[in-house]
Design a protein around this ligand. Structure first.
Ligand SMILES: [Zn+2]
Length: 174
């Protein structure tokens, strides 16, 4: 299944949605496929249904702006690791499910909570080395300060085939 990037009517990214959901919005007349440059933003493949087949949209835009109330997304490990690019935030080593741990920047025993701003991906070695010390006492440094995730962190776009080049315009860094 391919994902489509859903833009608000003002062209701000709202979410990544399933191809079926994207087609539904198009059929209902609630959204349009955008065109950047020369070609409309489709994937180079089609979805087959009983009676027809459809080009799979890659980027669609709502025709009427919706007001989105932003709320902090619920903490989930997978999103955290995507946010940290599956890299130890201390030594930079590449991690996977078998080697990744969560480090609490302010340790739990010092009242640190399991939140986006207090948790980072860490390898076991760095996690042990830091131990139950606050960052300032550990002599260790974070690659970047932890922040709330961005919509691009909700899914893994780890293969070039899952990322559409039209989306580059909407995300300066990911
Ligand atoms: Zn490490």
């Amino acid at each position: 299944m391919k994902r489509a990037l859903l833009l608000n009517a003002d062209w701000t990214p709202l979410n990544f949605i399933s191809d079926i959901r994207a087609l539904t919005l198009l059929f209902k007349g609630r959204a349009e496929v955008i065109t950047l440059g020369e070609k409309p933003s489709f994937w180079n493949e089609r979805i087959n249904s009983a009676s027809n087949n459809y080009e799979v949209p890659a980027t669609i835009r709502l025709l009427e702006r919706i007001n989105r109330r932003y709320s902090t997304p619920r903490f989930r490990k997978k999103i955290l690791f995507n946010r940290d690019n599956w890299q130890c935030q201390y030594c930079g080593i590449k991690l996977d499910w078998s080697s990744v741990t969560i480090d609490h920047v302010v340790p739990r025993c010092k009242g640190g909570q399991t939140t986006w701003k207090n948790c980072v991906a860490s390898c076991v070695k760095c996690n042990m080395k830091k131990g139950p010390r606050p960052l300032s006492e550990s002599g260790m440094q974070l690659k970047k300060s932890p922040s709330e995730p961005h919509i691009t962190h909700y899914w893994e776009f780890n293969q070039p085939s899952t990322w559409h080049e039209d989306w580059n315009s909407f995300f300066s860094s990911r």
